[in-house]
Design a protein. Sequence first.
Lengths: 269, 269, 269, 269
Amino acid sequence: MQFRTGYELVYTFPQPTPIILVVNVHESRAADIVVPDTPIAEPPVAITGYRDAFGNRCQRIMAPAGRLRIHTDAVVNDSGFPDAVALPSGPVAVEDLPEETLVFLLGSRYCETDLLSNTAWQLFGNTTPGPARVQAICDFVHNHVAFNYLAARATRSAAQTFAEGTGVCRDYAHLAITFCRCMNIPARYCTGYLSDAGTPPPYPAGDFAAWFEAWIGGSWHLFDPRNNVPRIGRILMARGRDASDVAIATTFGPNMLESFKVWTDEISG
Amino acid sequence: MQFRTGYELVYTFPQPTPIILVVNVHESRAADIVVPDTPIAEPPVAITGYRDAFGNRCQRIMAPAGRLRIHTDAVVNDSGFPDAVALPSGPVAVEDLPEETLVFLLGSRYCETDLLSNTAWQLFGNTTPGPARVQAICDFVHNHVAFNYLAARATRSAAQTFAEGTGVCRDYAHLAITFCRCMNIPARYCTGYLSDAGTPPPYPAGDFAAWFEAWIGGSWHLFDPRNNVPRIGRILMARGRDASDVAIATTFGPNMLESFKVWTDEISG
Amino acid sequence: MQFRTGYELVYTFPQPTPIILVVNVHESRAADIVVPDTPIAEPPVAITGYRDAFGNRCQRIMAPAGRLRIHTDAVVNDSGFPDAVALPSGPVAVEDLPEETLVFLLGSRYCETDLLSNTAWQLFGNTTPGPARVQAICDFVHNHVAFNYLAARATRSAAQTFAEGTGVCRDYAHLAITFCRCMNIPARYCTGYLSDAGTPPPYPAGDFAAWFEAWIGGSWHLFDPRNNVPRIGRILMARGRDASDVAIATTFGPNMLESFKVWTDEISG
Amino acid sequence: MQFRTGYELVYTFPQPTPIILVVNVHESRAADIVVPDTPIAEPPVAITGYRDAFGNRCQRIMAPAGRLRIHTDAVVNDSGFPDAVALPSGPVAVEDLPEETLVFLLGSRYCETDLLSNTAWQLFGNTTPGPARVQAICDFVHNHVAFNYLAARATRSAAQTFAEGTGVCRDYAHLAITFCRCMNIPARYCTGYLSDAGTPPPYPAGDFAAWFEAWIGGSWHLFDPRNNVPRIGRILMARGRDASDVAIATTFGPNMLESFKVWTDEISG
C-alpha cells in the first residue's frame, strides 16, 4: 500500500525570520520513502537540516520578509496493516528501565506529572501492570475527553484537559502520557501523518495527528487514545517529551499563518 | 445536647489594620445560643457588627499595631440528631428555581463552572435528578479527593482539586459545589463548627469545617462530601458562594497569624 | 444626542432550554429611554423579568426546541459628554468603606485577588491613594495587555491575562478590578453599549463593552482600562462582581449560537 | 579556597522503592574535587551511576523498606573569585545559535514560554540584545518576586510566579529562564551548592541553590536572579531544562522525607 503525504504552509512575515521545521517523515521510515518529502520553499531559501536531541530530522530556514510557501508532496510505502496491539511481555518495574527511557518519566510543558500523580494512582492503581494498564489509561482518556476542535487551544495542558474534559488529538495524547508517567511508565509524544482510509474521517482532514508510545516490558509500544482502535496509514514524523518538542513550525518573530494543509491519501490501484 | 464552641485568633500587626470577621454562629441558630459567642478583643477595641449580602453576621475591627487576641467561648444547644438525609421531593428543573437561588448557579472564585461543565455532565449526566444526583456527586468527590491537610493551599480551586486529587474540607466542598452548579443545581458554601463527638476525629481538631447546601425540590439540603456520613454537632456560621465570601478573617494589611484554635466540645452530663 | 442601541442573538436548541438574559439597559438610565429595549423573541415565548442580587434587570426565557431569535432595537438619550474623570475627594481608608461596598473587595471567578495581591502592592504600593492610584492601575493594564480579539477566551482570568499580556475588553476590566481590590479599593464590573462615535472603532463593531467602577472617596467612579480615554455614548446595562455575574445570556443546556450582533449608532440630526 | 560540601537525606519507605539521585558535583568541576562526594547509603545498598541526556552524573538506588540515610561530605577547591559578569561579545541572532542550544529555547514544565511570550516582549523588547537584555530580565525578576520560603510550592510555574510575585530561588530561575527563551535566548536551569561566605545568609542555610545559564554571543553565561550580585563559592551539580530535569531525588513510590540538610562551608586557613 502506498500513501501520498504532504503539507502546505503559507506564512507572511513582516521581517526576515528564522524558522525551525519538524515536518519530515521519521528516519525509521526511510526505507519506505518512494518520493522524498523534501521541503520546498517559495521563494527559494536555504534549508539546513539537523537532528535534535530526540533524533528527529529538523530543518532551519531563514524566511525572508513577505510571503513564504513551504510544501512537500511525497509517496511513502506502508504495510497496510493496522497498528499492532501491545501484548504482555517482559518486566515492567522501574528498576528495569533503561537509562535512556528515564527522561520520559519526568514532567514536561504539557504533562504535569506533579499535579496529576494522586489522580493517576487513584484511577489506575488497581489495574494490571503492563500493556493492560496503558490500555486502561487510553480507555479512560478516550471516554473522558470529548473531541472538539472548535475548542482547541495550543496552551492546553494535561491537567487542564482532565478538568475541562475536552480537547483535540494532542490533548488526548498529553493526558494519557501524563498518566503513564505518573504510573512510572515512560511515555513519549509522537506526531505524524494518519490516513482516514477505511474509516470515516474523525474530523475535517488537514492536520497532523498526535499519539504516543509507552515503554513496556522492554520496548516502545504505540497507543492512540484519540482513536483508541488500530488504524492503518500511520506515518511517524517526530517524537519528543510533548508537543513543545516537536512543533511543526517554530517561528522566531511575528508572522501570520495564512494557510495550513495536510494530506495522507491512499494511492489506489 | 450542648456544645461549648469557640475560637482564639492571635495576630501581630505592624500598623493599625482593618479586619473583617465572619465567625459568628449563624442567625438561624440564634434560639440555640445559651452563652453568646460575642467576640472579645484584647486589647479591647471597638467591634462593629453588620450583615453581608448573604445575611451573615459579620464584624469590623480596627486592629491597633501590635498583638491582638480575638476569642470567644460560647454554649450552644443542639438536637443531638445526625444531619438529615435529603429525600426526593418537588420539581428540580431550572425553570422552577426561585430567583434568589440563581446566583448560586454561577461561577465563583474557587468554583470554575465554565472549566468543569463538560466533566460534570460526563460524570453525572446519567444519574437521577434530585438528591440522588447530589449524593452521587458527593460520593465521587469523597472518593476522588484524598484528605491531606499538609497539602492545604488557600488558593486551590475546584478545577485544581479535581486534577490534583488532594485537599481539605473546603476543597471537597468547592469541587462538589462546582459539579452541582454545572448540573444546574444551586449550591452554596457553608462554614461552621463541627464536633468530633461520637466519631474518631478525622484529623487534628482545631479548624472550622466546610460543607455545602444544594437546592433540591424547593429547599436547601445539607451535604458534607468530606465526611459523607451524617454527623452530629454541626453549627452553622456563614454561607456564601464559596470560601472567598466567608473567610474567617479578612485582614487589610500585613500581619502575622501567631495562633489559631477552634473547639466544638460536647458538654457532658 | 440619541443612540440607537440593540442586539440580535440567534440560537438553535436541540431541546427546550431555560435561558437567563442580562441585556437590558440599566435602570439608572431609565429616564433616557425613548424607545424601550424590550427583548423580542421569535418564535414568541414568555419572558419573565426579575432583578438579581446586584439590582440588574434580568429576564428568564424557556426557549423551545429549534431556532430562537432574540432581538431589540431601542433609542436612548445621552448627554453626549465624555466620561467624567474621577477627581480626588473624600477619605479612602478601608475603615471608611460602607458595608455594601465590601463584597467588591473579595475575590471572584475571574478576579483572583489572592493570587495577584503581592504583585499589586509591588506595582502600585507607591502610588497616591485615591483616583490617581486607580488611574495608575488603568494605565498599567492598558499598556501591559495587547488587545487581540482573535485570542479571546471566555475562561481567561485576571492572573492569566496578567501573565499572557493579551486580551479583550473584559480581560482589561478583570485585571484592573483585581488590582483595585488587592489595593483595598472596591471595584465592580460593568457591561453595556459603547459607541464608536467620534473615534475610530477600536475593533470590529458588534459586541458589548466591559469596563468597571471603583469606589473612591465616597462614590463610584467609572474607569475603562481598554480605551483609557473618556468616551461618549456609553450606556450601562449591568453590574456585578465580574463577567460571571452578568453574562449576556446564560443557557442551561446544549445550544449553538449562530449569530450575535450589537449596535450603538448615533442618530444623526 | 576550599569548601566542605555535603548533604544528608533521610527517608522512610513502606516498601522497596527505586530512587534517582542528581546530587553529584558536576563533571566540569572534577578537577576541583579533593575529597569525593560519593553518596553513602545506610543501610548500604547498591548505587549505580549513569549520565542523563544533559550529561549530568546521576545515580539509581533501590531503597529497601524502612529507613534510608543518604549522605556525603566532600571537599572542593574553588577559585574564591566571585561569579564572572557576562560582557558583550559575538552575535546573538537566532540563526547563529548552535543546534544543541535550540532545545533550551522551548517550553518546559515550569517554563511556559507560550504563555509569557507577549509579556516578555512587552517588558524587554526595547532592551539591548546580548548580556544587557539578560541582565534586564534578572533585574526585573529580582525586584518583582518577593523571596518567601514559607510560600514555597514545588508545583509553581513561571507564569504563576509572575502573577503571584513570590517565590524561592527555583522560581526566580524559572521565571528568568522563561523570559530569556521568549526573547530567543537559550537558557538552562542549574542547581548546586552556594556558599554564604562573605555575605549574610539570604535565608536559613540548608538547601541547594538554583540559578541559570544563558547562551549569549557564543557561550553560556551564569546569571542568578535570586541574588543578582556576583557570589563566591558556587559549585555546580546539574543542568537541565528546568527543575523537573534535575530534581535532587526522584522517588518512585510513597515515602516520607524525614530530614534534609545541605552544607557549603568555607574551610578556614
